[in-house]
Design a protein around this ligand. Structure first.
Ligand code: ZN
Length: 146
């Protein structure tokens, strides 16, 4: 009879858990040969972006064929992630799903805050357009739209 593993034991054996071997720090799921040095650089980059955004943001490092740094702000209704984009600028990605690493509204900026403002403006613009559409249709057909 097989012994049932606890949740912690299952997490330890996950193929998504990176393993350190010499200079390498990579999971079997990834297999891209990520290094410990890249991981540490991503941790520092995540911390740096987070510090520039201020309270409420969390430094996050994810392995996806390389180590990627971001600062994340999450609520029960949405998520914003900010990454450096390699040419000294930043990308912000806004999602209405707090558990998604993707997003629907994206903007770039010279600073993390500028990127966030750009992405939030796109969300606000879309919301305004939807509200205008709703009010326009509701007022044209008040009996059916309300
Ligand atoms: Zn890897």
């Amino acid at each position: 009879m097989k012994a049932k593993k606890s949740k912690n034991e299952e997490a330890k054996t996950s193929d998504r858990d990176p393993r350190r071997s010499g200079a390498r720090y990579c999971s079997s799921w990834c297999g891209a040969g990520c290094t410990w040095r890249e991981y540490r650089a991503a941790q520092e980059a995540a911390k740096s972006i987070t510090e520039r955004l201020g309270p409420g943001w969390t430094p996050t490092v994810e392995e996806k064929f390389g180590w990627h740094a971001s600062a994340v702000l999450k609520t029960d209704r949405g998520r914003i992630s900010v990454t450096g984009c390699g040419w000294d600028g930043f990308n912000a990605l806004v999602s209405q799903d707090p558990n998604s690493s993707g997003g629907r509204w994206m903007a770039s900026g010279d600073t993390p805050r500028e990127a966030v403002q750009g992405a939030m403006k796109l969300l606000g613009d879309e919301l305004s357009a939807l509200m205008s559409c709703f009010h326009s249709l509701a007022s044209a057909d008040p009996g059916k739209a309300s």
